[in-house]
Design a binder for this molecule. Structure first.
Ligand SMILES: [Zn+2]
Ligand SMILES: [Zn+2]
Length: 467
């Protein structure tokens, strides 16, 4: 008998943690943080205390209370019982977004993490370019308590996998899909007598929509018994494509007489390419912060059609830090290689060449506008998802205050990382699984209304389903 236990990611968007148990093998599909749940208790200034290790996360229900999976140093630090060996054989990770990956930070390093090479690289760069934080120690971690800062971190084990591979008694297959971060995969698990497929997060309308279509073809071939299907946008039918984003941007950028500010997710290489092309087609250059430059440079090794960071259409934007004097010592070690590059520019350069530049900065960089001094006719393109919750609406209001202050015109052009309902229904009907379990959605009931031919089973957090 095969059991799927749901520890997050059902009746909520993100926080996916699905445990599959079959004979002597146990694996998790994803192990992410549910940020909606987290924001019920925490915000920027009320954070889980690093000094309390794992305890705050367990107490507030942000990590499942499971014995035998967490890091020994954290268990010991919390005075909790340690296990001789972890009780799970691995975590299969669909993609790098934190709502799928973040809680891996707390997992015993003896548990191998199986994911695509691209996802591994994205995770590595995410960690290298941010401050060490107990919730972002996916690739490596420092044992707690940190008494000696120079002590080397412990590296987690990411075995190199391709196509089908074995995790103890189970066969697993990673199949690339299109999503708003590179390296995303759907997952197929061949248990002793059932085939379980998992969508991860996906869409058909991106520039690599063909990958998702190939995943669907693969599932049609193998006829899964169970399909764990994401339904983030099951209630929406809007299907703006990446190509639409590009056309809309070209339209407004070509008319702008001032600076163009492009606000998009830095990990989304597809959107980066869109803005790179928009810049080229409107005779502008794309100016990117050092963090983006570091990321694009590394990702180019695995995604060769990304431009070089010294491309004639790219500028590297050196923002003011620390002392405010652009001194080398103000910058992190990984940033320093960009300081002396020929295409590196500072705020005054951008200010003087406003109508020749698209600058890739966003909400958290708004104070940069004070140095960039955008002139009348400048525009801000928000190319991320719409504000949904109260906090995001508050942020959007603050963004508008900034834009009004500088007289900047606002536009919103975005293509979602998630398939709309119409595409999900078509996909499910094509795959025709014996059972469909809606995941990564807070509108699971919509599946019952829209999907007629397939048996839908509703899961709940903390419950299990036996197959
Ligand atoms: Zn997600
Ligand atoms: Zn995602």
């Amino acid at each position: 008998m095969v059991i799927i236990k749901f520890f997050g990611g059902v009746n909520q968007i993100g926080g996916n943690k699905f445990l599959i148990e079959d004979k002597d093998t146990s694996i998790f599909l994803d192990f992410g943080m549910n940020f909606t749940e987290k924001s019920k208790y925490f915000e920027e200034f009320i954070r889980p205390r690093a000094a309390n290790g794992i305890v705050d996360f367990l107490e507030m229900g942000l990590l499942p209370d499971i014995k035998g999976i967490y890091r020994h140093d954290l268990l010991e630090f919390a005075g909790m019982e340690k296990h001789p060996e972890p009780i799970i054989d691995g975590i299969i990770l669909s993609h790098a977004h934190l709502d799928h990956s973040s809680c891996i930070s707390f997992i015993d390093e003896k548990v191998p993490i199986f994911t695509s090479e691209i996802t591994k690289l994205v995770l590595k760069i995410m960690q290298e370019t941010s401050q060490r934080n107990i919730e972002d120690e996916i690739v490596n971690f420092k044992e707690r308590p940190i008494t000696d800062k120079r002590k080397k971190p412990i590296e987690r084990n990411f075995p190199k996998v391709n196509g089908k591979f074995k995790v103890n008694g189970l066969e697993v297959e990673l199949v690339p899909v299109d999503h708003s971060v590179p390296g995303a995969c759907g997952i197929i698990v061949y248990t002793s007598d059932k085939i379980i497929a998992y969508s991860g997060d996906l869409r058909m309308h991106g520039t690599q929509g063909y990958l998702t279509k190939e995943f669907v073809e693969r599932l049609k071939e193998i006829k899964p018994d169970v399909f764990l299907c994401e339904g983030t946008r099951i209630d929406e039918n809007e299907r703006t494509s990446e190509a639409d984003v590009k056309t809309n941007c070209i339209n407004v950028v070509s008319k702008s007489k001032g600076l163009v500010i492009a606000d998009f997710a830095w990990k989304d290489t597809t959107r980066f390419k869109t803005f790179f092309e928009v810049a080229k087609e409107t005779n502008r250059k794309l100016a990117i912060p050092f963090k983006d430059a570091y990321y694009i440079k590394a990702m180019r090794e695995v995604i060769p059609d990304l431009p070089k960071i010294d491309d004639e259409n790219i500028l590297l934007y050196q923002d003011k830090k620390g002392s405010g004097t652009y001194s080398k010592s103000d910058y992190q070690v990984w940033e320093r290689e960009f300081i002396d590059m020929e295409n590196t520019v500072k705020a005054d350069y951008i200010n003087k060449h406003q109508d020749e530049i698209i600058i890739a900065i966003g909400y958290y960089d708004l104070p940069e506008l004070i140095d960039l001094k955008p002139r009348t006719g400048s525009i801000y393109i928000k190319s991320t998802s719409e504000a949904l919750n109260e906090e995001e609406i508050f942020d959007l209001n603050r963004l508008h205050n900034w834009l009004n202050h500088f007289g900047i015109q606002y536009y919103h052009f975005h293509a979602s990382g998630h398939a709309p309902g119409i595409d999900i229904v078509e996909m499910v009907n094509e795959i025709n699984p014996k059972i469909l379990i809606p995941i990564h959605t807070d509108k699971a009931e919509m599946f019952n209304r829209l999907v007629r031919k397939v048996n839908i089973v509703r899961a709940e957090v903390g419950k299990e389903i036996s197959l």
